[in-house]
Design a protein around this ligand. Structure first.
Ligand SMILES: CC(=O)N[C@@H](C)C(=O)N[C@@H](C)C(=O)O
Length: 815
């Protein structure tokens, strides 16, 4: 459930980034698919290029610039990402094994290639660990998901069909393929492997796997060219029949277009029998299933899962934590034995029981190793305020031994929503994933990654006492993501905007009596290898995190909204002359997201070209407490715009940037800010680039999958009540007035637009309308449309062509 959306380009899990967190989607020796600069991509075939300046073919300048900059971009693109990792058998003897699931963009295939890299870990005499890496990675073709069993003796591989075929489940042992099952579409469609609904879970005795997959297709009417309708028929190509569309069904919007309802299934891995889980209301979309601990009574086994319901329609769910959801428990199959029938004596044996009725949001259910309690994260602030993402809380339910499922189980608050925190104090929980096994050896301390101002840090949380410790170094501005735990050992990844990711091994060391500390050592590895050129370029860069004081603090501002926000400043270590390097201001979307101090391939590429970067986490960003975040809804287009302008003035005053060489780049809400800035501060920017920007809320509201977002960000929390599918003229006037299009007449900055034609979140019409209007008034504009891209525009070729054009566009106007 990534909070670091595609346009928070420093995000840890996005495709444009390098280090990743485990649940999210996301070379080694010389890359065989390397494209040399003499093998130009057929760029005009990849994207439809609407040049709104009067040229039809690629102009000469572009041609030269592409040739000049594409080679370096390819070198950055080739850096791999770790998606997941597992450790095995470390409790026995001095050797254990690690397995890393790695991905790397493949430009020619326009896909991310996934591979597996293994290592043997040998404990040395001094208690340190030596990693011995397998000589090569193994490519994993067609693998949609993989999950080792709890004992590590079996590996489940899921292969989803490309089109209509069956879904394939394979069970591997250490030596061979043990079983293979083909699950027909009549059972279910593809297994969900997204970051939202995905849930695949082995039961404790490793006989069954529970998972989430698309429910089977509903029956569709069949027509023919004789009588018209063919009753109860199935289409038969030879008989002049065809399948109708049937009734349209709502889906969950952006990236879920055409996906059927996520439903729960269990496969028996001895027989291959698949059963749909019974007792779940048809209207619930389910995800994140886990097995409840075995009961002390009878043979009942329960599953716990997250259920999302909706009222009259489904809104977009991606990046939107404000969709109400609850944890449910339900009896697992099989249902057919006599013993089961005897046990089914109350309705809770048949129907899923809502375990979290008293809270508006509950997800990431995790049982403690002893099965005594269930922990979950809640985004109740987000649901209750309407902001699409906000400060999380963490909760615990004590789990009954006899699996009596009480709807009114007491929910203990482990980490409350933090409203505001003094500098240096825990600013609140912001987590986008929790490991399947997040526990340290005491069984009640979990390790979790959370955003803390502009960094992601690792926390240990004692879920019984509520004690929270920051376990990654407090004196560093690097960002960290969690790979896996092994007893009291942690594998993690750490990086900064100017340091490629590094695998870290963490262990607790005793300091003085009663004082323990986490110590982190580097794990040399082949995964994050990058070219010598990239190494040398980024070694000449440096970064810092700047505190920016709020301008115009007034009585009406909450304490949290009056505290400083942050900006990450990346620049060359050495000043080549008196003049400053040109500056690119980088703005994340959301708006309730964050740009992290982690390595980002595209941003490191831009800084390597000689730009300083000012990456602004304006108020409203995640990681700074709930009051600062909630200060933005209702004030978009003014408070956020002013925060960015203040940050720019700050670096100019410090002599870090020259006022005459500033460009701005942002996507989505960051594109809203980009286009607002060139309208509200027309003298300030010499060039701009906007990716799927929100330019006209009055147009967006009628076509986006999240029209409620337009209301909440425009009106503030009261926008939740004001929301209607039929906006009034008054609403539309306000939406227009708060949009960049209202300032269009003042714009003169040359602007590049990068637009995904399949974007359901910020439909292409808003960017195109604005670009055409700029063109009409004679502003330099270039538009590139990626016909098959959604909001994230993160397919390898689109990402590549986007950043190549951003670089050439800025070079044209800034240098
Ligand atoms: C909630 C949301 O999707 N808002 C969009 C307008 C936006 O800014 N999207 C972010 C998440 C993005 O960067 O894609």
């Amino acid at each position: 459930m990534g909070r670091l959306h595609p346009f928070s380009i420093l995000a840890l899990g996005g495709s444009s980034t390098c280090s990743t967190v485990s649940i999210n989607h996301r070379l080694f020796p010389p890359n065989p698919n390397y494209l040399s600069s003499s093998t130009p991509l057929s760029l005009s075939l990849i994207a439809t290029r609407f040049s709104l300046s009067p040229v039809s073919a690629m102009d000469k300048q572009d041609d030269q610039d592409y040739a000049l900059h594409s080679n370096l971009l390819q070198e950055f693109t080739a850096i791999s990402t770790i998606d997941k990792a597992w450790l095995f058998n470390s409790h026995t003897g001095s050797a254990s094994q690690a397995m890393f699931c790695v991905s790397q963009p493949n430009l020619l295939a326009n896909k991310r290639k996934k591979s597996l890299v293994s290592a043997t870990l040998l404990r040395q005499n001094d208690a340190s660990l030596a990693f011995h890496w397998a000589p090569f990675p193994i490519e994993m073709c067609g693998v949609s998901a993989m999950l080792p069993s709890p004992s590590g003796s079996k590996l489940l591989i899921v292969r989803n069909p490309d089109t209509e075929g069956p879904c394939r489940f394979e069970i591997w042992t250490s030596s061979q393929l043990h079983k293979e099952f083909h699950i027909p579409q009549s059972n279910h469609g593809s297994v969900y492997t997204d970051e939202w609904f995905e849930g695949i879970s082995w039961n404790s005795n490793e006989t069954c796997v529970a998972y989430v997959a698309e429910e089977p297709s509903p029956a569709k009417p069949t027509f023919n060219d004789l009588g018209g309708y063919k009753k109860g028929g199935s289409p038969d190509k030879d008989c002049g029949t065809w399948k109708g569309q049937g009734e349209w069904e709502e889906d969950w919007g952006e990236t879920y277009a055409g996906k059927r309802q996520p439903a729960l299934f269990v496969i028996d891995i001895a027989s291959g029998e698949v059963q749909a889980v019974k007792g779940i209301d048809k209207s619930l979309s389910v995800g994140q299933v886990v097995w409840a601990p075995p009961s002390t009574e009878g043979s009942k086994q329960y599953l716990v899962f997250v259920g999302w319901s909706f009222e009259t329609r489904k809104f977009g769910i991606k990046y939107c934590y404000n969709r109400p959801c609850a944890l449910y428990a339900v009896k697992a199959p099989p249902y057919d034995s006599k013993a089961d029938e005897a046990e089914i004596h109350s309705t809770e044996d048949v129907h899923a029981v809502n375990l979290t009725q008293t809270i508006s949001s509950a997800f990431f259910p995790r049982f403690s190793p002893d099965g005594k309690f269930l922990v979950f994260v809640s985004a109740r602030s987000s649901v209750d305020s309407g902001a699409h993402s906000a400060t999380d809380s963490l909760h615990r339910i004590d789990w009954p031994k006899d699996t009596k499922l009480y709807q009114s189980s007491k929910i203990h608050e482990v980490i409350p929503v933090v409203l505001s925190a003094e500098d240096g104090r825990f600013p609140g929980l912001y987590c986008s994933t929790v490991l399947n096994e997040p526990w340290l050896s005491d069984g009640h301390t979990l390790v979790i990654a959370s955003i803390w101002h502009s960094s992601q840090v690792l926390l240990s949380v004692n879920v019984l006492s509520g004690e929270i410790l920051r376990i990654t170094p407090a004196d560093s501005n690097f960002s960290w993501s969690l790979l896996t735990l092994d007893g009291d050992k942690i594998l993690a990844v750490s990086s900064s905007p100017v340091d490629v990711p590094q695998i870290k091994y963490g262990a607790i060391v005793e300091k003085a009596a009663n004082s323990k500390e986490w110590s982190w050592s580097n794990v040399s590895n082949p995964i994050f290898k990058c070219s010598d050129k990239v190494k040398s370029l980024i070694s000449s860069l440096t970064f810092s995190v700047l505190k920016i004081s709020v301008k115009d603090v007034s009585e009406s501002l909450t304490k949290g909204a009056s505290q400083p926000y942050e900006a990450i400043f990346v620049s060359s270590k050495t000043k080549k002359s008196d003049a400053c390097d040109p500056l690119i201001v980088i703005l994340h979307g959301g708006p309730h997201s964050v740009s992290l101090s982690s390595f980002s391939k595209p941003l490191a590429y831009l800084s390597s070209l000689g730009y300083s970067l000012l990456i602004v986490n304006y108020r409203g960003s995640l990681g700074f407490g709930e009051e600062a975040l909630q200060s933005l809804p209702g004030k978009v287009g003014s408070q956020d715009v002013n925060d960015v302008l203040t940050a720019i003035d700050h670096v100019i005053k410090l002599g870090l940037a020259s006022p005459s060489k500033i460009a701005v780049l942002g996507g989505s809400h960051g594109g809203f800010l980009t286009t607002h800035l060139i309208g509200q501060a027309p003298e300030k920017f010499v060039a701009a680039a906007a990716r799927n920007p929100v330019c006209n809320l009055a147009l967006m509201v009628g076509t986006t999958d999240i029209p409620d977002w337009c209301y909440v960000e425009t009106y503030g929390t009261k926008g939740r009540e004001k929301f209607t599918e039929a906006p009034s003229a008054e609403d539309l006037t306000l939406f227009y007035g708060k949009s960049p299009i209202a300032h269009l007449s003042k714009v003169k900055t040359p602007t590049l637009f990068l637009l995904g034609a399949q974007d359901l979140r910020v439909p292409i019409s808003t960017g195109l309308q604005y670009a055409r209007a700029l063109r009409e008034k004679g502003v330099q504009v270039k538009v590139i449309v990626f016909p098959n891209d959604v909001h994230g525009m993160d397919r390898p070729q689109s990402d590549f062509e986007s950043y190549l054009n951003i670089a050439t566009w800025f070079n044209k106007y800034c240098k």
